[in-house]
Design a protein around this ligand. Structure first.
Ligand code: CO
Length: 471
């Protein structure tokens, strides 16, 4: 047996294009699936990093591929398909990158650029970040206002969903309104007068309802937001953009943002019912993509986030750096406690060690005091190489890892009759860099013991987010 040393470097295979589309009725399975577990893990992620002679520059730019692991009667089937977005179709038909992605921008005239900025007509619909469900439709999302519908069994795309976010930018991390079943999301409306907005889209709606609008002159990069029973929570990291520059600079989208640490990190609470906002919560500069959870308690709002010291993580995730094996900056999990009386902000680490791609028992714990977070944790060398469970009460962390393997986001699925928060399983797509393929890993969410794994016949490039759709 060869001795495997845990490597710090992200595996190049994780950023290698996958074009093969397959459908397999039964994957080789080791272990045993819980009998109650039935449904599909639907995931998206970047999978095509070259178009003709052109190369995507950033991990977030890759053209999306959908993956489906369906668990039924103790067996696992699998299918994958490129997301037939208009960005994908144009790339295929023209043999070049046709739409502006996160950090890759095809040449466009100044006229086209301004038109793009203020009408969003040429924004990408490359839904490589997350998937969601709106009524009976599934959508693949990126950070524009153009979610692409798809069929959850065939993964065939069905065009852009008719609703339009009330702004050019949005997030791929909507929340659920427990009362109405509506999808709640954020949008940034950019222009001479810019604003942050929150909106709701009901399961059958084709138009969003704007719930709040907060004026802003230099919008911050916003990947997600928090929700409590009363508030929308905005964490404004000091990575900000001049909207006019975004329209006119000629630089790719994200390269128009500037790191301004002197602004600090600012929290804004927006009342979900009235749209009124409360601001003035400021603390030291940091950066982050993901809210973990938020909740209210005795005159305080608790906001848990995955944080980085600065926005350098965006540069760390350019493909040339990743493929060269340069370890990205490690994320931390940080708890910010906002005092409503005096606008104080108290920041404390939520756990030791890194944490990214966080998941919680959403139905039981979102908006509420909660105890457990699952996510990907970092090894001593710097890349996310393990699945971790954090007990936020006890401050303890448990981990699952296997040498040479790189697990993706662990999606929590509760046991149907669960009475405790961590009763369920985690589903994670793991890249086995040594074997050259990926597998679906099923862990007991309570103790991170492996229950089963189903081997996919090819590698699945490292991706971001997915959801479990119960049968
Ligand atoms: Co995300």
């Amino acid at each position: 047996m060869s001795v495997t040393t845990a490597t710090a470097s992200p595996p190049a295979l994780g950023f290698a294009t996958l074009e093969r589309e397959i459908s397999v009725s039964e994957l080789p399975l080791a272990g045993e699936l819980p009998p109650w577990l039935a449904g599909s893990l639907l995931r998206t992620g970047p999978a095509k990093f070259e178009v003709g002679e052109q190369r995507m520059r950033h991990w977030f730019d890759g053209l999306a591929m959908l993956h489906r692991f369906t668990i039924d009667d103790g067996r696992v089937s699998y299918g994958n398909r490129a997301l037939e977005s208009r960005a994908y179709r144009a790339a295929r038909e023209q043999g070049r990158i046709a739409y502006a992605e996160f950090a890759t921008d095809p040449c466009r005239s100044l006229f086209r650029r301004v038109q793009t900025m203020f009408t969003a007509s040429a924004f990408t619909d490359n839904g490589a970040v997350n998937v969601g469900r709106l009524g009976d439709r599934f959508i693949a999302m990126t950070e524009t206002r153009l979610p692409v519908q798809f069929d959850a069994s065939t993964l065939q795309a069905g065009g852009v969903h008719p609703y339009r976010a009330p702004g050019q930018l949005s997030t791929a991390h909507p929340h659920l309104d427990r009362d109405s079943g509506a999808m709640l999301n954020y949008a940034a409306k950019l222009g001479p007068r810019s604003s942050y907005r929150f909106f709701a889209v009901g399961p059958q709606d084709t138009r969003p309802r704007v719930l709040a609008s907060v004026p802003v002159s230099r919008p911050a990069y916003m990947h997600s937001f928090g929700l409590t029973e009363r508030w929308f929570v905005l964490a404004e990291f000091p990575h900000v953009v001049n909207p006019l520059e975004l329209a006119l600079s000629g630089r790719p989208y994200i390269e128009n943002y500037r790191w301004k640490p002197e602004r600090g990190t600012r929290f804004t609470l927006v009342d979900r019912a009235t749209g009124q906002s409360v601001d003035g919560f400021e603390t030291e500069a940091c950066f982050g993509f993901h809210h973990i959870n938020s909740f209210e308690r005795d005159g305080e709002v608790v906001v848990d986030l995955c944080t980085y010291p600065d926005a350098g993580i965006i540069e760390d995730l350019y493909l040339d750096r990743l493929r060269a094996g340069k370890p990205p900056t490690m994320p931390s999990a940080t708890r910010f406690v906002l005092g409503l009386d005096n606008c104080s902000v108290n920041a404390q680490p939520l756990c030791q060690g890194g944490l990214e791609l966080p998941r919680i028992n959403y139905r039981a714990g979102n908006e509420r005091a909660y105890r457990y977070v699952w996510g990907n944790g970092g090894g001593p060398g710097g890349w996310l190489d393990r699945i971790v469970k954090v007990d936020t009460d006890a401050g303890e962390t448990h981990a699952w890892s296997q040498p040479g393997c790189w697990p993706g986001e662990p999606v929590f699925v509760a046991r149907p009759d669960a009475e405790v928060e961590d009763d369920g399983v985690l589903l994670s797509v793991v890249l086995n860099a040594e074997a050259g393929n990926s597998f679906l890993l099923v862990l007991d969410a309570a103790d991170l013991q492996e229950l089963a794994r189903a081997e996919a016949p090819h590698h699945i490039p490292l991706g971001f987010h997915g959801q479990f759709d119960r049968a």
